[in-house]
Design a protein around this ligand. Structure first.
Ligand code: NI
Length: 166
């Protein structure tokens, strides 16, 4: 399985809205497998298909310490949210940047799994944050969008400089 290239902020392709998956077939399962490998290799706790330049509504997550809780969400939809939390977030597309972001503390999400079966997931804490962060990617939204404009511009300048030197 190849490790996929991860697009870096401020790449405009990260801003596209991803399309729903029609059928969870072998091609989608291969994408999911490659995304897990890329995510674990990075290493990261979450990855969305748009970050690897595939405009499809597919997300992989594993917030465990020992890679024991792989979770894949196809066409995820947030059904309800509750509470509020503030946690430090980072993103494989914005390397080296960690900032506090406020989000709902709990989420209930509907999605298709690896086999195309519909399932509902209730999450809180780190998993809830991660699910919301990854679903944002499917709508072209990044965690830096929750920061002040000044902070976002600073991160953008730093990222552009890093890209020029890469
Ligand atoms: Ni991210």
């Amino acid at each position: 399985m190849p490790r996929l290239d991860i697009l870096l902020f401020p790449d405009p392709r990260l801003r596209r809205r991803a399309d729903p998956v029609d059928v969870v077939d072998d091609d989608v399962r291969r994408l999911i497998d490659d995304m897990f490998e890329t995510m674990y290799d990075a290493p990261g706790v979450g990855l969305s298909a748009p970050q690897v330049n595939v405009a499809k509504r597919v997300v992989t997550i594993d917030v465990s310490k020992d890679r024991s809780a792989p979770l894949c969400l196809v066409n995820p939809e947030i059904r309800s949210v509750g509470g509020e939390t503030e946690a430090e977030e980072g993103c494989l597309s914005v390397p080296g940047v960690y900032e506090m972001v406020k989000r709902p503390e709990r989420v209930r999400v509907c999605a298709l799994d690896h086999d195309g079966r519909s399932r509902e997931i209730e999450a809180e804490g780190l998993l809830a944050v991660c699910i919301q962060h990854e679903i944002d990617h499917l709508d072209g939204r990044l965690f830096v969008d929750y920061l002040s404009r000044l902070k976002r511009q600073r991160i953008r300048k730093k990222a552009e400089k890093a890209l020029r030197h890469a």
